[in-house]
Design a protein around this ligand. Structure first.
Ligand code: GLN
Length: 194
C-alpha cells in the first residue's frame, strides 16, 4: 500500500518523514498520475490560498476532489484542514477548497498574540498522553455536521481536530511535535481502503 503527501507547497517533507518512519511507502504527489498510485493522501500545512492556486494550476485539484468524493482517506493539517473543508470563512477573494469534510473552517482564527501557540490537549479517542498541539496561524472548525466527530477541542470548546469517515483534519501540526498517532490513524484508514 502506497500513500501520498500533496507536495505543491508547505511542510510536505516533514509528513513524508513521519509516514516513512511509520514504515509506510510514502511519495510526494504533484500531478494526477502520481495521485492515481496512492491509497491515501496527506495534505500538509502551509498557505491554503497558495495551495489552492497551485493545485488548480497543476491540474490536481479536480482529481483530488474526485478521489475524496470516491472515499480516499485523507489527513489534512492546518492549511490541509482548510483544503478539506466544505465551507471556508475568511478565505482570500476567490479561494476554493477541495472539500469533503462537512464543516465550516475559519482561516487564521487566532489573531494577535495568539497567532502561534502550543498547548497540551486531550485526545479521548487515543487516550493518554494528551497531544502537544502546535498552532501556527491556525484555523478552527467553527461548525460541523452531526456526522463529524470531534477528536480534539480547546478548553473553550472550539474544535481543532475532527474526523468524518476516511477524513481527518487537525488545526495543529503533529508532524513537528513527535506525536505519531494521527498519522498512524490515517495509515489505518488507508490500509482499510486499499
Ligand atoms: N494560515 C495558513 C492558511 O491560511 C495556515 C497556516 C499553516 O498551515 N500553518 O493556509
Amino acid at each position: 500500500m502506497r500513500v501520498g503527501v500533496l507536495a505543491l507547497q508547505g511542510d510536505f517533507r516533514e509528513h513524508l518523514a513521519v509516514l516513512r518512519g511509520l514504515g509506510a511507502d510514502a511519495v510526494p504527489v504533484r500531478r494526477a498520475s502520481e495521485l492515481d498510485t496512492v491509497a491515501g493522501l496527506v495534505i500538509p500545512g502551509g498557505e491554503s490560498s497558495v495551495m489552492d492556486k497551485l493545485s488548480r494550476a497543476f491540474g490536481v485539484a479536480e482529481p483530488v476532489t474526485a478521489r475524496i468524493a470516491a472515499g480516499m482517506p485523507v489527513y489534512g493539517t492546518c492549511a490541509g484542514l482548510i483544503m478539506l473543508a466544505d465551507r471556508l470563512l475568511d478565505g482570500i477573494a476567490g479561494q476554493q477548497t477541495f472539500g469533503g469534510l462537512d464543516v465550516a473552517v475559519r482561516r487564521n482564527a487566532f489573531g494577535g498574540q495568539l497567532d502561534s501557540f502550543e498547548a497540551d490537549l486531550p485526545v479521548p479517542a487515543f487516550g493518554d498522553p494528551p497531544t502537544h498541539a502546535v498552532f501556527i496561524r491556525a484555523p478552527v472548525v467553527e461548525s460541523a455536521a452531526e456526522s463529524v466527530t470531534p477528536l480534539v477541542s480547546l478548553p473553550d470548546g472550539r474544535m481543532v481536530a475532527v474526523e468524518q469517515g476516511g477524513l481527518i483534519g487537525t488545526s495543529f501540526h503533529p508532524e513537528i511535535a513527535d506525536d505519531l498517532r494521527f498519522h498512524d490513524y490515517f495509515l489505518e484508514k488507508a490500509r482499510a481502503a486499499a
